[in-house]
Design a binder for this molecule. Structure first.
Ligand code: 5GP
Ligand code: ZN
Length: 115
């Protein structure tokens, strides 16, 4: 728990969120400013700044996060049509919350390359 961290606070229940999944290590909740009809953030409750940091420190947790991303996509009805998982990392990629999170985006056609 990082006391200055927004997603640690959401994971702890100190800040409300529209939670769609919670287990012993991972939560998922709807993005407050959705960029697609489905936009869910999958977040480990443990604080790691980036996906790479999590992957180094706890590979099993990284797998759990990706598995939950797939479960969320299925539950939201976008697994068949297709969806995107994104982990913005660092300033140039637009990471604004420095607690690793995987965006699950879908429900519309997603262009490539991303902006
Ligand atoms: P990043 O820009 O770091 O890749 O993604 C951070 C995401 O967190 C953004 O899409 C932003 O809309 C979302 N976000 C920021 N503050 C809150 C909040 O208080 N609640 C929720 N549910 N999402 C948030
Ligand atoms: Zn945190």
């Amino acid at each position: 728990m990082n006391s200055d961290c927004l997603f640690c606070a959401i994971a702890a229940g100190d800040i409300p969120a529209d939670i769609v999944h919670r287990d012993d290590r991972v939560i998922a909740f709807r993005d407050i400013d959705p960029k697609a009809p489905v936009h869910v953030l999958v977040v480990p409750t443990a604080h790691h700044a980036t996906a790479a940091d999590m992957g180094t420190a706890d590979p099993e947790l990284s797998g759990r996060v990706l598995a939950v991303a797939g479960e969320v996509a299925a539950a939201e009805g976008i697994a068949e049509s297709g969806y995107r998982i994104v982990a913005n990392t660092g300033d140039a990629a637009g990471q604004t919350v420095h607690h690793v999170h995987v965006h699950v985006l879908g429900g519309r056609d997603l262009t490539w390359p991303p902006g």
